[in-house]
Design a binder for this molecule. Structure first.
Ligand SMILES: [Zn+2]
Length: 166
């Protein structure tokens, strides 16, 4: 299966289902964006016709990856399992007919690069400032806690700490 030339039109028209698991080598931008990709990228793509008669694509994409915590600068792992919902349209004029802007997928021709689209879905979900969850061990969290009672002293990192909270 050449996912870079994915037969989107046939998939929605014929209600095809694709399920696969690919190595990160197919997703260079994702590899670049994170500390490490710790699992294959798994996905399921299903073409269907919704009750309004619109052709759409549903499914999910899942991956485990590690990012660098911006508080303590240690890597931490996150598991993503993102729903996919695309309504393919040929041009902007079809927007009005649909209403669900988030799902619109502008497509020229009958094929899409599925790899890039799946990669986009994951990249758009990555946090701008990755951080450990508050209930996880994070040295940076301890550091920020220790800063608190010393507010009358000079705080060279206070501004940084403020930035990291956002
Ligand atoms: Zn941390």
């Amino acid at each position: 299966m050449k996912y870079a030339e994915f037969p989107l039109k046939k998939t929605v028209n014929e209600g095809r289902v694709y399920e696969d698991s690919l190595s990160v080598e197919h997703f260079p931008r994702l590899k670049e964006a994170v500390h490490s990709v710790d699992s294959p990228i798994r996905f399921r793509i299903q073409g269907e016709t919704n009750p309004l008669g619109q052709k759409e694509v549903k499914g999910n994409v899942a991956v485990d990856l590690s990012m660098i915590c911006q508080r303590c600068l240690e890597p931490f792992q996150t598991k993503f399992d993102l729903p996919i919902h695309w309504i393919p349209v040929k041009d902007e004029s079809e927007h009005d007919l649909i209403g669900d802007d988030e799902a619109l997928l502008l497509v020229e021709g009958d094929e899409i690069n599925l790899l890039e689209l799946l990669e986009d879905e994951v990249l758009l979900t990555l946090p701008l400032v990755p951080k450990h969850d508050l209930n996880e061990d994070c040295d940076g969290k301890d550091y920020l806690e220790k800063l608190k009672p010393q507010e009358d002293k000079k705080q060279p990192f206070a501004e940084l700490a403020e930035l990291l909270k956002k």
